[in-house]
Write a new protein. Structure first.
Lengths: 640, 426
């Protein structure tokens, strides 16, 4: 017995120790990962972010160095505050405030004390900084925009948020990430891959050299330069024309699907979101609830397409064989379909065939044509589905699924849609007759409208509109080389295109006054009613001015859609702008100076102010046009 | 039983092999824990690994010397060795050098010598000599007190030199006495002391008293004897209560703050979170780092010389008291377990050999060796893994340090010598 005491205790302790080791090293321990080892400092080396060029090789976005004064509060030693503040050009109160803020953030971790020190100050500061323990200067790379245009296209970068960091372990606190536009769409290509160096630390948190002779270190991989399909000159011109208006222009090269310009108005200078004033500017832009400058109108504004949609009604009808090019109707200035009120028509009344119905935008003709399509089938729901499939084959009613970071589906209703809408009611073509003239339940975005135009220009196919032209030492996605064929046969396009051509070229065509000498433009005006809520009441505002166009008629080089919000009828603002854009792109100069002057001289700011003015207002034909200088004079008067 | 053992010098090679494994593996870990920058030479005397290698070479000399001396010498000269050892401890009060608050070293031409490391084998010899004396009866209280005195003298001297850790080791002799026949009551008494001490600190004197009273009264009423002595029970309770007060007093007034803190943390005595946090950041720092290093080793470890926390010198005292954390980090669960098992094998081998001894002197000495080594092993590794309060004592054969290596080697090899001689009885 006595012999066993020590022996048993030895065995017991041995088992206890092994159990404890098992607990520490196997049970409660994940596999060793050098990235989680706090004895190793990870130093990241950020590669150059890729440059961005336009389609003609003009540099749009480059990089600039920026210097931040960093602080590790715990390591700060007593210092001559006055001298230090002088050096940084801040007040003593600022110093205390910033110091406390940093300390509260974390006494241990480095964080930004003063951001964006100028290059001149940096040269001077870097020599003196050594004196102040706990402070150091960190170089960062910021975007340097070589242009003042295309903010919505180019997007911006900022520090990755917590959600991103959690989702994607590549990003660490303080890393930059593309937030909007191409910076977001091509984040991976542009950013490259950061390199990492593993540095062995000692227990005083000091570096004592490279870990394991740098065996695990990786070199940074530079970001790739990219070219985008935007034509910077056209983009700039479009933004100029859209001054004092809200809306969007999307121009596409039909033969490739390349987006030539993507204008969102009003825009802002992308340089506003770089540097020290960044957050202040961002707040201002973000808070402008009338103009919403951070929202890309070309991609995100859903609206009724209005009359341009009639071209698709014509094409569908031809394909379904319910009309031919010689079919006529008599328009009496209104179309009576048995509703409460007849649908009014502004075409001037008379006998209409396909051609004149398009060029004069005859509502009656398309209402009756729409009925013929739906009524071709015994069941309205089936007719509606057939119609819907044709329309959707133009890329409407769904996401384009392209390389733009945002988008909207729009809406192209089908049979099921109306079955849901009218569960207890046998609906018919006349129930949703407004679809025939691009109103009712049909909704599109400007880029969808532009793509629809390009599809018509191509006589029946489109390439997904995209913004990437090429990536240096890389290829772009194959999906932009895939032809999307519509359900409409090629031969049906020519009569419709002839109609669109006559919109410009026949006397009485709705865009006759917008002709550009030497260019065969096809186009279509559009007007979209729109409403807002004022104090809970649905209130109608001045119609949106819409225009689609492409040119030249044969071998089209450009197809576009213009949306000018509350610009009233289509030819007034949108039409003028469309003509000018086409001339600018095809000729490089403007011959119709009269149009340009008119567009630049007029403002719609007074229209945008109406809903929030609190005063009663008039719309459409009762509303006055306004010159920029008059508006400004009025503003000055009010301010004084 | 083993006919080979009739030779005069039949050494137990299993023990020697285990010893060599521990010293060799220990040195590899000292190399890892103490190196900084490139290794120019393994004998670089400006580095601890270089010094330790030098000590190991010296140790081989000591081993040869130890083995070549007549076995009888150790028994005969046990008392003298003991007296010399005590004198060397006393001498520290006059010539000692203070390192880390403990005056435990002689400075001899740049090398420091720690007599307390040698006092262990000297005491073991003295105890063996005394117990094996024909005149001594361990069951006799007077002789028991004498034996305790042999241990108490060096223990007290060491505690006075502010090296409390090394003192605790002398508790190891309890196992020796128990083996040699002190009454079972002493074991019960020992356990009771530990229990009352923990209860008093963790709860209070009142609760401890209540528990003790309940137990003793329970025992009293369960007895079927006729002449039950109530007085005896009351006396026992009183002693326990006084002892409980004594523990409180000792903890509050005699222990130094850092010792209080170590115990406080172990028993979770501190409830104020702010104070606890402060304690953890300061006292628990070593333990924290040591546990982190060990757990970061996972199953297979980071590899020899690859331990990031070892390279970064995150664990203080890593080449001495905390050497086991290097094993944990660089050799993982497999390596650490191997070390634990090697120690266990060595201890059991010594116990086994001790039981085989024919002379009581050899047996008692062998038992002392096993007990002393075991206490070091238990306290050191237990501390490094956070199982028991921090007590600064070396891991035998592993930790850096000449004195401890020499001390343990002497301790072990005297026994190997005695063992080799066991058939050649006198």
């Amino acid at each position: 017995m006595r012999k066993l005491l020590l022996f048993s205790i030895i065995i017991l302790i041995g088992i206890t120790f092994i159990a404890r080791l098992f607990y520490l090293q196997v049970y409660s321990n994940n596999d060793y990962d050098i990235n989680d080892d706090n004895a190793i400092r990870k130093v990241f080396h950020y590669p150059k972010r890729g440059y961005v060029y336009d389609r003609n090789g003009t540099l749009l976005v480059a990089n600039q160095p920026s210097y931040d004064v960093m602080i590790i509060p715990r390591e700060v030693k007593p210092l001559d505050t006055l001298e230090f503040c002088d050096l940084l050009k801040i007040s003593k109160e600022d110093f205390i405030k910033k110091y406390n803020k940093s300390y509260n953030y974390s006494p241990r971790l480095p964080n930004v004390f003063l951001s964006h020190v100028s290059k001149e100050d940096y040269a001077f500061l870097s020599e003196k900084m050594r004196k102040y323990e706990g402070f150091y200067i960190q170089k960062r790379s910021l975007r340097d925009y070589q242009t003042s245009i295309g903010a919505n296209v180019l997007g911006f970068i900022m520090e990755a948020g917590e959600a991103t960091i959690e989702e994607n372990p590549y990003y660490k606190i303080g890393d930059l990430i593309g937030i909007q536009g191409i910076e977001r769409s091509y984040e991976k290509e542009l950013r490259g891959v950061k390199g990492v160096k593993y540095i062995q630390k000692n227990r005083f948190n000091r570096d004592i050299g490279s870990f394991d002779n740098g065996k695990y270190d990786t070199a940074p991989i530079a970001g790739k330069d990219i070219s985008i399909t935007i034509d910077a000159e056209l983009q700039e011109y479009g933004e100029l024309l859209m001054q004092n208006k809200i809306g969007g222009i999307v121009a596409i090269e039909p033969s490739t699907g390349e987006i030539l310009s993507l204008i969102s108005a009003p825009s802002y200078n992308p340089n506003l979101l770089v540097g020290r004033e960044r957050s202040k500017n961002y707040t201002i832009l973000n808070n402008d609830s009338i103009h919403l400058p951070l929202i890309d109108k070309g991609l995100l504004r859903m609206h009724e397409p209005g009359s341009p949609f009639k071209s698709l009604i014509a094409l569908t009808a031809l394909q379904e064989g319910v009309i031919d090019i010689n079919s006529t109707i008599r328009c009496t200035g209104a179309y009576n379909y048995g509703g409460k009120r007849p649908m009014r028509c502004h075409c001037g009344a008379g006998t209409r065939n396909l051609n004149s119905a398009i060029s004069k935008s005859c509502n009656s003709y398309f209402a009756s044509t729409y009925r013929k399509i739906i009524d071709k089938y015994d069941d309205a729901s089936q007719g509606m589905n057939e119609w819907s499939d044709h329309i959707k084959s133009f890329g409407l009613g769904n996401y384009l699924n392209n390389d733009l970071s945002v988008g909207k589906k729009g809406n192209i209703p089908d049979g099921a849609y109306y079955d849901r809408m009218y569960p207890d009611f046998r609906w018919r073509a006349t129930t949703n007759i407004s679809n025939s003239i691009g109103q009712g339940e049909v909704l599109v975005t400007p880029i969808q409208l532009a793509n629809m135009t390009a599809t018509i220009a191509n006589r029946g196919f489109y390439y997904t509109p995209h913004i990437i032209k090429n990536i240096k030492e890389d290829t772009i996605s194959g999906k932009y080389k895939t032809k999307h064929q519509t359900t409409i046969d090629k031969q049906h396009f020519d009569p419709v295109i002839q109609g669109l051509f006559d919109v410009y070229n026949k006397p009485g065509g709705t865009a006759n006054f917008l002709k550009i000498p030497g260019i065969e433009i096809c186009g279509k005006t559009g007007t979209a009613e729109n409403f807002t809520k004022i104090d809970g009441n649905r209130t109608q505002l001045t119609d949106h001015s819409i225009f689609i166009a492409f040119a030249p008629k044969d071998n089209p080089k450009i197809a576009l859609a213009v949306l000018v919000e509350n610009g009233y009828f289509g030819a007034r603002f949108a039409g003028r702008i469309a003509s000018l854009m086409i001339e600018k792109y095809l000729k490089g100069s403007i011959s119709r100076k009269d149009l340009e002057v008119w567009v630049m001289d007029h403002t719609l700011e007074h229209e945008y102010a109406k809903p929030t003015s609190g005063k009663p207002f008039t719309i459409n034909e009762k509303s006055q046009l306004m010159l920029v200088k008059d508006y400004e004079a009025e503003q000055n008067l009010e301010q004084n | 039983m083993n006919t080979n053992r009739t030779n005069k010098f039949k050494l137990d090679w299993i023990t020697i092999l285990l010893f060599l494994m521990l010293v060799g593996f220990g040195w590899l870990n000292i190399l890892s824990a103490s190196m900084s920058g490139e290794i120019t030479s393994y004998f670089d005397m400006s580095q601890r690994y270089g010094k330790q290698l030098f000590f190991i070479v010296l140790t081989l000399g000591i081993i040869i010397l130890t083995l070549s001396i007549e076995a009888k010498f150790y028994e005969r000269f046990a008392s003298i060795i003991y007296v010399v050892s005590i004198l060397s401890l006393i001498g520290l009060f006059f010539f000692g050098k203070t390192i880390n608050g403990a005056t435990s070293w002689y400075d001899i031409g740049g090398f420091t010598l720690q007599p307390s490391e040698f006092a262990k084998f000297a005491t073991a010899l003295a105890v063996a000599k005394f117990i094996s004396d024909l005149q001594t009866d361990i069951k006799n209280l007077k002789d028991q007190l004498k034996t305790v005195l042999i241990i108490l003298v060096p223990a007290i001297l060491i505690v006075l030199q502010n090296d409390a850790g090394s003192t605790i080791v002398y508790a190891a002799f309890f196992f020796v006495f128990y083996r040699e026949g002190i009454p079972h009551t002493y074991l019960l008494f020992g356990l009771a002391i530990i229990a009352i001490a923990i209860l008093s600190l963790k709860f209070s004197v009142l609760i401890t008293s209540l528990i003790v009273t309940a137990l003793i009264l329970g025992y009293y009423f369960s007895q079927r004897k006729k002449n039950k002595s109530l007085l005896q029970s009351v006396f026992l309770v009183s002693i326990c209560v006084v002892f409980s007060f004594g523990v409180q007093f000792f903890y509050n007034n005699i222990l130094q703050t850092h010792q209080q803190n170590r115990i406080s943390l172990w028993l979770h005595l501190e409830n104020d979170p702010a104070k606890l946090e402060q304690m953890k950041r300061t006292i628990l720092y070593n333990l924290n780092e040591s546990e982190k290093a060990i757990s970061s080793g996972s199953v297979t470890g980071k590899g020899f010389l690859q331990g990031t926390r070892t390279i970064g010198k995150f664990v203080p005292e890593q080449d001495t008291d905390y050497i086991f954390s290097t094993v944990g980090e660089e050799w993982g669960f497999l390596g650490s377990t191997a070390v634990v098992i090697t120690f266990i094998l060595l201890l059991i081998r010594i116990l086994y050999l001790a039981e085989l001894q024919k002379s009581q002197f050899s047996r008692v000495y062998g038992y002392s060796v096993a007990s002393i080594l075991f206490l070091h092993f238990m306290i050191n590794i237990g501390m490094v893994m956070g199982l028991i309060p921090t007590v600064g004592i070396p891991l035998p054969f592993f930790s850096y340090g000449g004195s401890s290596l020499f001390g343990f080697t002497l301790l072990l090899f005297i026994f190997i010598k005695l063992d080799s001689n066991r058939i050649n009885e006198w």
